[in-house]
Design a protein around this ligand. Structure first.
Ligand SMILES: Nc1ncnc2c1ncn2[C@@H]1O[C@H](COP(=O)(O)OP(=O)(O)OP(=O)(O)O)[C@@H](O)[C@H]1O
Ligand SMILES: [Mg+2]
Length: 667
């Protein structure tokens, strides 16, 4: 009968299924693809596909807990799923229960006293807890909840799973948490710890608000903000380190690490990610490493060589008046610093003469401390030279002589003409790689001063990158200038990034230390044994952290933000890696691949084949008929900037028409 009935129903059912449904039934669905081949539920474990799972539930909690008390479980060194279910309970119900319990416990205690027995300490403690809780609930200070906590461990083999379970149990016991295996309910346990939000076990314990708040699991040294860019992965618990540096008290960052530790790589990644969020980028690049990312993002790459068409006049004034600031005075101070680097040690007499000469040079052009005069054309280095010569003093003449290389020597082509360049491109990099080593800090100082003047003119969210900062930090005057920028950057919506491999050099000056303390984000990558003691003293590192920095691999280190720090691993997507790498072998391979691509694209077309490497044009981002994911991101980022006027930087048309004149020197 039963069989027949079933059969009938089946027949009736088949009749009602439409032909399309029948076809659909026979097709492979997504569920078919992702479902495991089998599930085997056992007493103490469940096997899904090739993996074994075991679920624990918690039956007892410690009496007192401190904040973050669950962190040893969160950071447990084996894969696990944790789920917590919190059920708010009506306080009035709990109060009547508590009253009853309190009465019971009081009765127990008084009967023990009557019998002449020692009062049970456990009951006494429980009574005090219950009384305290009753009072707090009645006053509304606390609320009452029920909480269930489940942990599912999983492994490829049963033996490994058993071992991990033992470790977990002992970790939990050390926290005074009493776990139990959900024997015979493994399936329910598993389902309760997958992200469906269903509590199939419903094994709850009572909690008040304070205890519940302290179970919040993600306080274990994570540095994750709601917005910002990703810096890397927290090596301790695998969480992402997402940070918005502009949300901190200042947006500056320092990166320390030995050569090859991954500083420039990290900065390039950050640059790309920041640019996508509409931050303008200005890079000072002493090693010529940032060319490919600048060009990929449609940026302006300005390479300084004596023959380059772009000129910067170090005497430029910002032409803006800030209440309480003496613009000319600050400029003269900065020029004084620069000239000290150019001229070397100066005696007190030399110092005084130079100061006088600088004031006089500006005065001759009609520029004084009156802001109205500061819009006039500034003097040139040559004018200072002439002023010094005109002083008819042997000391002044000696200074003029020391200045000659700016006027007649190797730097004359660069810094002895009126500026003909303006930062209009939202992604601009300045390279001084083509200059001799001794000239680099001078050029960097002049560029930095120029950039700083521009930054102060208009308020925009900007990132200024100073890679290989030790070039500047070696000179006290440059170091003081960089410190000045770091200190005032916040007011101009500027984030300054300084990177250096020479920690000792950087921190040997007070300015270096001050820059460090004015940087909310500090990143330490692999350190050399000679530097580690200095670093650990400054950053108060523990022995474990010292060891971590000594043995770190490329792209690994410590990330400090505000009061917290975590160990970080910097990771890049493939397309980011291709742009950021400075590994000669990888760069060579990419160039070869790029060179090969146009040939593939032209296969079958009638156009002649070429072997040339396609370089993107300076003023527009590269276009492809079938844009790659990277290309789409880059295009979107460039469009998000106010693109129309910003993509061509030089004011002078002659310059923009010969933009690539000096480029071969970069390679
Ligand atoms: N997180 C990372 N993942 C993968 N590769 C990396 C990572 N960080 C750096 N690299 C690689 O390591 C090499 C050195 O990195 P990088 O140029 O950033 O070092 P650096 O610290 O700036 O060194 P230097 O002080 O000499 O400039 C590069 O080839 C880069 O591709
Ligand atoms: Mg580098």
């Amino acid at each position: 009968m039963f069989f027949n009935k079933n059969k009938k129903e089946t027949n009736r059912g088949e009749k009602s299924i439409s032909p399309t449904k029948t076809v659909e039934k026979g097709m492979v669905s997504l569920i078919d693809v992702i479902a495991p081949s089998s599930i085997e539920v056992d007493f103490n474990s469940i096997r899904i596909g090739e993996r074994f799972y075991k679920t624990f539930f918690v039956v007892g909690y410690p009496r007192y807990v401190s904040s973050n008390w669950l962190s040893p479980v969160i950071d447990f060194s084996h894969s696990l799923n944790i789920s917590m279910f919190i059920y708010p309970t009506s306080s009035s119900d709990v109060l009547s229960d508590l009253r009853r319990k309190t009465a019971e416990m009081e009765a127990t205690i008084s009967s023990q006293i009557d019998q002449g027995l020692v009062v049970d300490a456990k009951v006494q403690a429980a009574l005090e807890d219950a009384q305290g809780l009753t009072e707090e609930l009645a006053k509304g200070i606390e609320r009452f909840f029920q909480m269930s906590l489940y942990i599912t461990l999983y492994s490829e083999s049963l033996a490994e799973l058993d071992q991990a379970s033992k470790r977990l149990e002992s970790t939990l016991s050390s926290l005074l948490i009493l776990p139990k295996l959900s024997t015979l309910q493994m399936e329910e346990g598993f389902k309760s710890t997958i992200p469906f939000g269903t509590d199939n076990l419903f094994l709850t314990r009572n909690m008040d608000t304070t205890s519940l708040a302290s179970t919040f699991p993600f306080t274990s040294a994570t540095l994750t903000q709601e917005k910002g860019i990703m810096y890397g992965i927290n090596q301790q618990n695998g969480s992402l380190i997402i940070f918005d540096r502009f949300s901190l008290e200042n947006a500056n960052e320092v990166v320390f690490g030995k050569s090859g530790a991954g500083k420039s790589f990290l900065i390039k990644l950050e640059t790309m990610r920041q640019f996508m969020f509409g931050t303008e980028i200005i890079i000072i690049d002493p090693e010529g490493e940032y060319e490919s990312i600048t060009k990929t993002f449609g940026g302006e790459y300005v390479s300084f060589t004596p023959s380059s068409p772009i000129k910067i006049n170090p005497f430029d004034l910002s032409g803006m008046y800030v209440e309480g600031e003496n613009e000319l005075g600050l400029k003269i101070l900065s020029l004084h610093g620069l000239l000290k680097i150019v001229m070397g040690e100066l005696s007190a007499i030399h110092d005084a003469i130079l100061d006088r000469a600088l004031v006089e040079t500006y005065r001759q052009k009609g520029i004084t401390t009156d802001p109205a005069t500061q819009k006039k054309q500034p003097p040139l280095m040559e004018d200072l030279y002439k002023t010094l010569l005109g002083m008819e003093d042997s000391n002044a003449n000696e200074l003029a002589l020391r200045l000659e290389k700016f006027i007649k020597g190797s730097l004359s082509g660069l810094f002895n003409q009126q500026s003909n360049f303006d930062i209009r491109n939202p992604f601009t990099a300045f390279s001084v790689k083509a200059l001799e080593d001794e000239l680099r800090p001078i050029a960097m100082h002049i560029i930095l001063d120029f950039v700083w003047t521009k930054i102060r003119k208009s308020l925009k969210k900007r990132l200024l990158i100073l890679d290989e900062a030790w070039y500047l930090m070696r000179y006290e005057d440059s170091a003081s200038f960089v410190y000045g920028i770091a200190k005032r950057a916040r007011k101009y919506y500027l984030a300054l990034t300084t990177a250096t491999q020479d920690v000792q050099d950087f921190l040997s000056t007070d300015y270096g230390k001050a820059i460090l303390s004015n940087s909310s984000i500090q990143i330490l990558l692999k350190q050399s044994p000679t530097e580690i003691d200095t670093v650990s003293q400054i950053f108060y590192l523990s022995q474990g952290e010292k060891d971590l920095l000594l043995s770190a691999s490329v792209g690994e280190g410590l990330f400090f933000a505000g009061q917290s720090h975590v160990s970080i691993k910097i990771v890049a997507a493939q397309f980011e890696k291709e742009l950021a790498t400075s590994n000669p072998q990888e760069v060579k391979e990419m160039r070869e691949r790029d060179a090969a691509q146009p040939i593939i694209a032209q296969e079958g077309s009638s156009l002649p084949q070429t072997n040339s490497i396609e370089t993107p044009s300076r003023s527009t981002p590269p276009q492809a008929s079938n844009p790659s994911p990277l290309q789409q991101i880059v295009d979107a980022a460039v469009q998000s900037q106010d693109a129309t006027s910003q993509l061509i930087a030089p004011i002078n048309q002659d310059i923009s028409s010969t933009p690539n004149k000096d480029e071969p020197e970069i390679f």
